[in-house]
Design a protein around this ligand. Structure first.
Ligand code: SF4
Length: 339
């Protein structure tokens, strides 16, 4: 089977500048092509009518626009919509559109499956089948029917974004550059389990918000939930975050799934408050959604509220995240795609 032509979607300004040279166009037209691809969302190379016909023909012989519609759409009773995208090699990845009163968020995937093996996550169970390209990442944003309504993007879908660093940074560039979608980077959040060097690269090379999956303040316990703790202790990850200013332009949040009688008592809340002391991090408590063949159980809401109040009393801003899309397996930890 012949390979599809490389896609223009996903190219940054350097890539498009190289493309202009290849097609015999002046360099300044790279920005115009970017605007057509990302802001105007043109559907065909032939529609770039201000380019000479010969250049368009040359480009069309070598490239395609590359915007690919989702292959499946499932809507939840609560308005959440899950989209499935073909990711090649027999794999599919998921994105979740989450409309709320004052915002519309898309939770996007960065990998086909995941290597990290977290005990509570369906994606982790599926194993790793490859990285998404910047084109496949940005395509999720550009190709859903609600694309123009989006106010926020979160890298919290399938995969660990720091494990696909260059493609993720490239996609963030397309979202936030003036020649791209020209979003404020404050509309984008990257969530990571805390691979320190790569996390630093995202913080230093972009201005997006950062979220870290903590889930337990205790080494041994977190290790039982998240194998990454062996290489990157959570205390070291949080310490690394102290090198950056999260009190002003950007936000650091901590994701904490609350499990019944595992990490839901005051001992954990106090240790978490201690871990985060002096960081300006805020905590999102997440209700667990049961997954097959796991003994993990969600903590009761009253326990989550007590946990939240304990953190707030300790001076750590903490909220309980509203759960969305559970009926369509679109809630946190439930994304599995297809392979
Ligand atoms: S929680 Fe995130 S990092 Fe862990 S296995 Fe799932 S997708 Fe990977």
């Amino acid at each position: 089977m012949s390979q599809p032509l490389p896609s223009l979607i996903g190219m940054n300004l350097d890539d498009l500048t190289a493309l202009t040279a290849e097609c015999g166009l002046p360099r300044f037209q790279a920005k115009q092509i970017a605007r057509l691809l990302y802001a105007k969302r043109i559907a065909s190379i032939d529609a770039m009518t201000y380019l000479p016909k010969a250049a368009r023909e040359l480009m069309a012989a070598r490239y395609r626009i590359g915007r690919e519609a989702p292959i499946e759409r499932v809507a939840s009773a609560d308005g959440t919509v899950k989209y499935l995208f073909d990711a090649g090699d027999g794999c599919a990845v998921e994105s979740v559109f989450i409309p709320e009163a004052d915002r519309a968020t898309l939770c996007i995937s960065s990998q086909k499956g995941c290597k990290m093996g977290c005990a509570f996550c369906m994606t982790g169970r599926q194993g790793f089948h490859g990285n998404l390209t910047a084109a496949q990442i940005i395509n999720q944003v550009l190709s859903i029917p609600e694309s123009e309504q989006l106010t926020n993007v979160v890298f919290m879908g399938m995969g660990e974004p720091t494990d696909n660093l260059e493609a993720v940074i490239s996609a963030i560039g397309i979202l936030s550059a003036e020649w791209g979608l020209a979003w404020s980077p404050k509309r984008v959040t990257v969530s990571s389990i805390g691979r320190i060097a790569e996390l630093r690269a995202i913080i230093e090379r972009t201005d997006v918000h950062i979220a870290i999956s903590v889930h337990s303040p205790f080494h041994e316990e977190r290790l039982g939930l998240m194998p990454v703790e062996r290489a990157y202790r959570i205390a070291d990850v949080i310490d690394a975050m102290r090198d950056y200013d999260f009190a002003h332009q950007r936000r650091l949040s901590v994701e904490y799934i609350v499990w019944d009688r595992l990490n839901d008592d005051y001992r954990h809340a106090d240790a978490l408050a201690q871990l985060l002391r002096g960081t300006a991090a805020r905590v999102n408590l997440i209700r667990f959604h049961r997954i097959p063949a796991s003994t993990l159980k969600p903590a009761p809401m009253a326990t989550m509220e007590a946990f939240r109040d304990r953190l707030n009393a300790a001076g750590v801003l903490c909220t309980i995240r509203r759960s969305r899309g559970e009926d369509i397996q679109a809630a946190c930890g439930m994304l599995a795609g297809k392979h």
